[in-house]
Write a new protein. Structure first.
Length: 365
């Protein structure tokens, strides 16, 4: 009897040992869809401030897998949005200002382009000019982020299914006289230039180009409304029709601008809006079961800190402070939910986000 007990005990230890090291089916699973959500300039303090001031549970609290990304560029410890986004889009460090090109200014294939090449649907949503640094880095190849009219022309070299943001002037008020909106229509895009058109849009057998402002969309404090959460749902509903899957990049663009302006309320409003959009993505991922949602940032902006202030009773003694109006070198968080989410724990370079997505999509390089 004692011998049988010992054998049973050893067997249980062996089974538990094997199961603790063996990857679970969930960890082994590959997503059909990936939604990459980038809060521009969003560090831990920005998220903490929103959590501390929130009146209800935030969607950030729904993630079980969290890691950290190191954000330096190839030529500076402190990245800009172009190099930061290019690292995530292309998997290699490059110089500040580079859009989808390596340090030698040669184009690199982006994750969005790889998705296209593999038959997946693709899309981008932003609250800034769609030719701005972060969205541009997923679709364009230019030596400088400031070449926005050249970046706009790069959109015509792709088969992206949907893009929503600002930046209409870079498409139809150009120095070269070209009207790229006309060319987009020829390429089977419905070109929407007002939010009213987006709210009332009936899906057709066409691609969608939404350019809702000459430059950037308004900030939340200027009544942008629920554009970002609505566009998140719209993009998902549009792209999910592709049975092979989709890749969607969504940017909460203006969190960064609140940091540059050292405006805590600007940050809070933009981040709360981004959180609602995250909720839309997570709701879909929970129902779908084959969707990986990744939420991260390209860098932190403002050196934002939550300092103590015993005289301030309105926020329980919290006083938001900034040390700079520029970016910082601090690591940024990476949140993940869905098949493959466990791969995003730990500390790694921002280029690893690309590597992990390529691996999970099973793309060949």
């Amino acid at each position: 009897m004692k011998r049988n007990y010992i054998i049973l005990t050893l067997s249980l230890i062996l089974v538990l040992s094997i199961s603790s090291f063996a990857p679970s089916k969930k960890m082994d699973a590959r997503p059909t869809n990936i939604i990459l959500m980038i809060g521009d300039g969003m560090g831990l303090s920005q998220i903490s401030y929103s959590l501390l001031t929130a009146t209800q549970k935030m969607n950030f609290e729904r993630f079980n897998y969290i890691g950290f990304s190191r954000t330096s560029s190839s030529n500076h410890k402190i990245t800009d949005s172009a190099a930061g986004a290019t690292a995530m889009a292309c998997g290699r460090k490059t110089y500040n200002g580079a859009i989808g090109v390596f340090t030698n200014k040669q184009p690199m294939t982006t994750i969005l382009e790889m998705a296209e090449q593999n038959g997946l649907a693709t899309g981008m949503v932003a609250t800034c000019d769609i030719t701005h640094a972060t969205p541009a880095s997923f679709i364009a190849h230019q030596p400088s982020r400031y070449m926005e009219q050249e970046i706009a022309k790069d959109f015509l070299a792709t088969d992206i299914d949907l893009f929503l943001g600002g930046g209409l002037a870079n498409f139809n008020k150009r120095k070269d006289g070209d009207d790229l909106t006309r060319q987009l229509r020829v390429r089977n895009y419905d070109v929407l230039t007002s939010l009213a058109e987006l709210w009332n849009y009936e899906p057709k057998n066409k691609k969608v180009a939404g350019l809702f402002a000459a430059k950037h969309l308004p900030k939340m404090q200027e009544s942008r409304g629920d554009y970002l959460p609505f566009s998140t749902n719209f993009a998902i509903d549009y792209l999910k029709k592709n049975k092979k899957g989709f890749f969607l990049m969504i940017e909460g663009s203006q969190i960064d601008w609140g940091g540059h302006e050292n405006d805590a309320e600007y940050i809070r409003r933009e981040l709360n809006d981004f959180d609602i959009a995250i909720g839309k993505a997570l709701d879909f991922a929970e129902l779908n079961g084959n969707t990986l949602v990744i939420v991260t940032a390209d860098h932190e902006t403002g050196g934002f800190a939550l300092s103590g202030n015993e005289d301030d009773k309105t926020q329980d003694g919290i006083e938001p402070k900034f040390i700079t109006k520029n970016h910082t070198a601090t690591m940024v968080p990476v949140f993940a939910y869905g098949p493959g989410a466990a791969k995003f724990t730990g500390i790694y370079e921002n280029t690893a986000i690309f590597d992990k997505m390529v691996e999970l999509f099973n793309f060949s390089r």
